[in-house]
Design a protein around this ligand. Sequence first.
Ligand SMILES: *Cc1c(COP(=O)(O)O)cnc(C)c1O
Length: 368
Amino acid sequence: MKIPFLSFDVINNQIKIEMQLAYARVFESNWYILGNEVKTFESDYAKFNQTNYCVGVANGLDALHIALKCLDVEPGDEVIVPSNTYIATALAVSFVGAKVVFIEPDIASYNLDPTKIEEKLSSKTKAIMPVHLYGQACKMDEIMKIAHKHNLYVVEDNAQAHGATNKGQLTGSFGDINATSFYPGKNLGALGDAGGITTNNKELYLKACMLRNYGSSKKYYNQTIGFNSRLDELQAAFLSVKLRYIQEWTLQRQNIALMYNHLLQNIGDLVLPYVHPESSHVFHLYTIRTSQRDSLQRHLSANGIGTLIHYPVPPHLQEAYEYLKFKPGDFPIAEEIANTTLSLPLYIGMSESEVNYVCKIITAFFNK
Ligand SMILES: *Cc1c(COP(=O)(O)O)cnc(C)c1O
């Protein structure tokens, strides 16, 4: 049996006709940038995320960058970022010229550990960027309390967690202004690059609209130094189709995760995903950990099973951040996760027999 890490076959087949209609509608409309499709998707996504506003942008990294710009985060400021995040969160901070201050995650949930935030605050700290990694909501109630107490902004990186909740509230609706990605492989994914910003604050919403479109709210009148980071009409039309299915697909992801949890209990030194009782997990990724990660990955690959590592090198050890002069051992939890984590296949349409096969091969590896 061949099982890819990710496949769009089933999902694409399910929505093929609706997607073709969406394409035809945009094609015939004669209007391809910032029109009704983007407006409709923004309004539908804001409703889905239970926020007042959504701003469609070109990708998740731009969404993070523009969110920080909206808050006037600038050189001299410090921003708290989890040490085990995808590089994009840190890059957005670098783009606005602020200093990235890494904080170690909680080893159980892989999310920002709120108890470690206060010791890293300084008079320069301006914002906290929680990342709902792999699809599990951070302890946002505790993070928001710390932010309020110290008068800090919160920018959620919700790229991996569309529809996840903490204490019943949706991720992407806690922070002052939040970013998400609709990269094809994300839980809600376009057929190309796309991203979004969510906020309840009208002023920040208007600023984000301006920044994504050359710093202009009236054509050819530029109020601020802006970007060209607009969500395409075509991608918005595709996303509107997929948004109708996100709840169904999230349940499917959670079911696949439950099957994995059940079949992978008590095997070798495998650590399965821990879900905090007050958070929900939308399983953008199903990640396990083992000290034998590399040989397990090779064994799975030899048996036709695709896996990925999220992520092999934590941001502080990336060549791009060499100038910050971090060294191995500076963030041991992030490094431990990088050295032991493995993401198993999980996609819409993955069958029970495919999950069974992956688990059978993993079990055989530990029994040999
Ligand atoms: C995917 C991702 C991003 C960046 O999104 P792009 O659309 O690829 O720019 C940012 N943060 C996290 C946590 C992500 O997973």
